[in-house]
Design a protein around this ligand. Structure first.
Ligand SMILES: Cc1ncc(COP(=O)(O)O)c(C=O)c1O
Length: 349
């Protein structure tokens, strides 16, 4: 009963097979392997962006920090939600790899940036004053850190605001595909057609062993990214094993199937939680992540039975039985009906 994160789940068998199949003889190192040539073409097809520059890295933090660094100078800012992974969960990597750019945390419900908060932050920047950190880049997360998805219209509202100040826009897509299948749109619609210039296209949380792609719709940034990736120790020598994962991911719609499975499991988990004493959602569920509450007694039972999930910080398991405590639960492609039934049995004791 593992609902702590989607990256606690297993690697998809087709991806494992692809890694084994790639393990034949010799292949050129450092991203010059033939599988990577096919991956570049495939990602360009998927995004309907024939000129996009495509790179693979080993972690989402690297994807985000390097993509941001390519678009701004150290005296500029990264506008992000105050709950964004780049702001709260990357140990300062964006600041480090941008050589000290300033992150500007913005507000908005359910981890979506409120356009008014962005507008207010943008207008206060005096671009004639050398004392002031200058406007740099906007980054949004899709799915957000609270499991919600921006609609295309919401993305466009934010990117149009950013572009009215000539700022580029980045999308942290650690859970890109979960959002995509939930919205039912195309990758192009969710990105460059909505004003996004660079994407961290996640794979690890959706069944890969450990690969994220960075897709830059402005190919002029390609050489800089190449150099920054090497400097960040993210240019893998035995790169073919990264390429093989991404190729399998994008073959026969595996990436979409995996995300549909994890989202479908989350629908079932949501229904199960709502049937519990005190069961409630605290954010709308759009993908595979749930932010939910149920009774303290149920949490005590679940923790005793060893269910893995994140109880929100600052809450105690000691107190009145029926008080509602809140938690984050994440499904992955392998979450089964049996696990959900076991979860319910554990909570209800
Ligand atoms: C929204 C978001 N972005 C990026 C990441 C990437 O993190 P990591 O560097 O652990 O791969 C995560 C992982 O938790 C995430 O949730």
């Amino acid at each position: 009963m593992f609902f702590a994160s989607d990256n606690t789940g297993p690697v998809a068998p087709k991806v494992m097979t692809a890694i084994v199949n790639a393990n034949q003889g010799y292949a050129t190192a450092y991203g010059n392997d033939q599988i990577m040539d096919r991956v570049r073409d495939k990602i360009r097809d998927v995004f309907e962006a024939p000129d996009a520059a495509v790179f693979l890295v080993g972690t989402g933090t690297a994807a985000n920090a390097l993509a941001l660094a390519c678009h701004i100078n150290p005296w500029q800012s990264v506008f992000c939600h105050r709950d964004a992974h780049v702001e709260v969960d990357e140990c300062g990597a964006p600041e480090f790899f941008t050589n000290g750019a300033k992150l500007v945390p913005l507000s908005g419900g359910s981890a979506k940036i409120d356009p008014e908060s962005l507008r207010a932050a943008l207008v206060t920047v005096d671009d004639t004053d050398p004392h002031v950190v200058q406007r740099g880049i906007l980054t949004i997360t899709q799915l957000t850190e609270r499991g919600t998805a921006y609609s295309l219209e919401e993305i466009r509202t934010l990117t149009q605001l950013a572009k009215s100040y000539n700022m580029p826009c980045h999308l942290d897509g650690a859970r890109f595909t979960n959002a995509l299948v939930s919205l039912g749109c195309t990758p192009a619609e969710m990105t460059w057609k909505s004003g996004i210039d660079a994407v961290s296209f996640g794979g690890t949380k959706n069944g890969l062993m450990g690969v994220e792609a960075v897709v830059l719709f402005n190919p002029d940034k390609a050489w800089e990214f190449e150099l920054r990736r090497k400097r960040a120790a993210q240019l893998f020598s035995k790169h073919r094993y990264l390429s093989a994962q991404m190729e399998a991911y994008l073959t026969d719609d595996l990436w979409l199937d995996l995300a549909r499975k994890s989202n479908a499991a989350a629908v079932k988990l949501e229904a199960a939680i709502l049937s519990l004493p005190g069961g409630q959602l605290i954010h709308r569920r759009d993908g595979n992540m749930l932010f939910a509450g149920w009774s303290r007694k149920g949490h005590q039972n679940a923790k005793k039975a060893g269910v893995a999930y994140g109880l929100h910080f600052g809450q105690s398991l000691d107190g009145p039985d029926d008080e509602v405590l809140t938690a984050r639960l994440v499904c992955n492609w392998a979450t089964s009906d049996a696990e959900i039934a076991d979860f319910v049995a554990a909570v209800t004791g």
